[in-house]
Write a protein that binds this ligand. Structure first.
Ligand SMILES: *[C@@H]1O[C@H](CO)[C@@H](O)[C@H](O)[C@H]1NC(C)=O
Ligand SMILES: [Zn+2]
Length: 493
C-alpha cells in the first residue's frame, strides 16, 4: 500500500497538525483487537497477497464485500442500480439490512419514515447513544458503495464484537441507522430520513409530490407506515439521549487515491450557495449590427465565468488586500473553495441572433462560511463592473444557501486514531498521518448535526468516481473501513 507524501496532500487536504501528537498517543490507548492474529505487528509485509488470510476477521473480509455486492443487486431497474425512497427495491434492501442487523445481535425496528434501526443497549441503557449511519437509497444508475458502505462497515464491526461476546459490554447504547432517503431522487428533497430523526423535517415535507403526483405520505402509507404529523414527531430523537453520530462514506472525490491513503477524517461538510446570474443586452441581427455598436450579454457572461474561475482558484489574490476579509482565514478558504458554472442558457438561442439575455448558474462551496460571503461579494462587485464596461445590465440572485457543518473535534480525533490503527493493523506498517479532508458533497451527517455532534470517515474510491456504476472501492479498503469502525467502537467498551 503506497503511503502519502506530505507534499502531495495539497488541494482539499487540511491538517490538524496540533492533533497529530494526540493521535499517536490515542492509538496506543486503543485496546488490542479480539483476534490474536492482529497482535503481530512490527513485521513489514510487502503485498497483500503474501499476508496470511486469517490476518483479517472473516466477517470484516469476505462477508462485508459479499454483502455490498448483494445489496448492489437489489434494484428497481433491470441492468443498473436504482433504489429511490421506499421503492420496492428499497423496502427489500431495508429488510435485508434488518436481517443482517439481527444477525449482528441487534434489536431492530423500522420507524415511520422508513429508516431501519438496529440497536444494542450495552451496559447502561440510559446512557447517551452512539448512532452510526448512512443511507440505503441510491441515485439512478448508481454505484454499490455510496451509502451502503457506511451501513455494512458498521454492521460488520458490530458482528465481530458480537461473535467475540463483547457486544453487550459496550459502555453506551450503539445504534446503526440505515436512512431511507438521502439522495432525494424521487421527491427532490434530500435527507427525508435523517432530517426526520434529527427533528428538522417540517410536516409540510409529507405533502411533497413526485412527478406523478404521489406524495411522500402516500408512499409511506403504501408501505404500511402510519405516518401522520404526530407520528413524524416520534421519529425525532431527543438530543440528550444521543452522544454523537458517526458516518463512514466513500470520498466521491479523487484526493485520497492521490495521497495513497485508504481513509481520511472529514473536517467538515462545505457550506454552499447557488446563484443565478442574468445578463441582459440588446438583441439584434448577427449580420447587421457592427461590433462597436453591440450590447452583447454573451461576452460579458463569458468574462464573468472566467473571472469566477480565477477568483476561486486563487481567492487570496483577490481578497487579501480588501477590507472585508480581515477576519477570514484565507488558508481554509483557498484549500476548500470550489465554484462551478454548470448551466447556461441564452435567449433566443439562435446562431444568427445576438442574444438578448444570457443566464448562468453558480454553485459555490467552501467550509469557510465567511469566506463564502467574501467571495460572493467580490464576484458580485466585479461582475457588475464587467457589465457596466460592456453596457449590459446584470442581476445576481441567491437561490440557495446552506452553512458549513464542522465535525466535532473530539469525535474526529477518535476517528482519526481508529483509522490510523486500522490501517496500521492491516498493513503491519507504521503509517503517515491520516489525511483530513473537507466534504464538498452533502451527507446525512449534515442533517444529524442539528441533533448531535458528528464525525465522519471517508474511504478511498477509484478515480474519485461516484454516482456511476464505475464507482469502486478496493476489497481491502472495505475491510479497513470495517476495522476502523471496530477500533472506534472499542474505545466505547
Ligand atoms: C448510566 O447513564 C446515565 C446517563 O448518562 C448516568 O446518569 C448513569 O450514572 C449511568 N449508570 C451507570 C451505572 O454508569
Ligand atoms: Zn451518499
Amino acid at each position: 500500500m503506497a503511503v502519502a507524501s506530505r507534499s502531495s496532500q495539497s488541494f482539499f487536504v487540511l491538517h490538524f497538525s496540533s492533533l497529530s501528537i494526540t493521535i499517536l498517543l490515542c492509538s496506543f490507548l486503543l485496546s488490542p483487537l479480539p483476534t490474536a492474529a492482529f497482535a503481530s505487528s512490527g513485521v513489514r509485509v510487502e503485498g497483500l497477497e503474501s499476508r496470511p488470510r486469517n490476518l483479517y476477521p472473516e466477517i470484516l473480509r469476505d462477508e462485508a464485500v459479499a454483502r455490498l455486492r448483494q445489496l448492489g443487486e437489489v434494484s428497481d431497474a433491470d441492468g443498473y442500480l436504482e433504489r429511490t425512497f421506499l421503492s420496492p427495491a428499497s423496502v427489500k434492501a431495508g429488510n435485508l439490512i434488518r436481517q443482517w442487523m439481527e444477525e449482528a445481535g441487534l434489536r431492530t425496528w423500522i420507524d415511520y419514515m422508513g429508516n431501519v434501526h438496529g440497536r444494542v443497549e450495552g451496559r447502561n441503557e440510559s446512557a447517551e447513544a452512539l448512532l452510526i449511519g448512512s443511507h440505503l437509497d441510491t441515485v439512478v444508475d448508481a454505484g454499490i458503495f455510496d451509502g451502503s458502505l457506511g451501513i455494512i462497515s458498521a454492521l460488520a464491526a458490530l458482528k465481530v464484537l458480537n461473535s467475540n461476546g463483547k457486544l453487550q459490554a459496550v459502555r453506551r447504547p450503539i445504534e446503526v441507522i440505515a436512512f431511507s432517503d438521502e439522495e432525494g431522487v424521487r421527491f427532490q428533497s434530500t435527507f427525508l430520513g435523517s432530517a426526520a430523526v434529527a427533528g428538522i423535517l417540517p410536516a409540510s415535507a409529507l405533502h411533497i409530490s413526485d412527478k406523478s403526483g404521489v406524495t411522500v405520505e402516500d408512499v409511506l402509507k403504501d408501505s404500511s407506515l402510519d405516518i401522520t404529523e404526530e407520528n413524524l414527531l416520534k421519529v425525532k430523537y431527543e438530543p440528550r439521549s444521543v452522544w454523537g453520530y458517526v458516518e463512514v462514506h466513500i470520498e466521491q472525490g479523487p484526493v485520497l487515491e492521490h495521497t495513497g491513503f485508504p481513509l481520511a477524517v472529514v473536517k467538515g461538510i462545505a457550506g454552499q450557495t447557488r446563484l443565478k446570474v442574468t445578463v441582459r443586452g440588446s438583441q439584434g441581427h448577427a449580420g447587421t449590427v457592427p461590433m462597436s455598436m453591440r450590447q452583447d450579454p454573451m461576452p460579458a457572461a463569458a468574462e464573468g465565468i472566467v473571472l469566477l474561475e480565477s477568483l476561486c482558484k486563487c481567492p487570496e489574490e483577490f481578497l487579501s488586500y480588501d477590507g472585508h476579509c480581515k477576519s477570514i482565514s484565507l488558508k481554509s478558504l483557498s484549500s476548500s473553495l470550489v465554484c462551478t458554472v454548470g448551466e447556461i442558457t441564452t435567449w433566443p438561442s439562435a446562431s444568427n441572433v445576438i442574444p438578448g439575455q444570457v443566464t448562468f448558474t453558480i454553485d459555490l462551496r467552501t467550509i469557510d462560511d465567511m469566506g463564502r460571503e467574501a467571495v460572493i461579494y467580490e464576484f458580485s462587485n466585479r461582475m457588475h463592473q464587467i457589465c457596466d464596461q460592456r453596457s449590459v445590465s446584470c442581476t445576481i440572485e441567491r437561490k440557495h444557501d446552506a452553512n458549513a457543518v464542522l465535525c466535532d473535534t473530539e469525535l474526529s480525533m477518535r476517528l482519526k486514531s481508529a483509522a490510523y490503527s486500522a490501517v496500521t493493523r492491516l498493513t503491519g506498517e507504521i503509517q503517515d498521518e491520516v489525511p483530513v479532508l473537507m466534504s464538498g458533497a452533502g451527507h446525512d451527517a449534515m442533517a444529524m448535526s442539528h441533533l448531535t455532534k458528528v464525525g465522519m470517515l471517508f474511504v478511498r474510491c477509484r478515480g474519485g468516481v461516484s454516482h456511476s456504476p464505475e464507482e469502486n472501492v478496493l476489497d481491502e479498503d472495505v475491510w479497513t473501513s470495517g476495522l476502523a469502525v471496530l477500533s472506534f467502537i472499542e474505545t466505547q467498551l
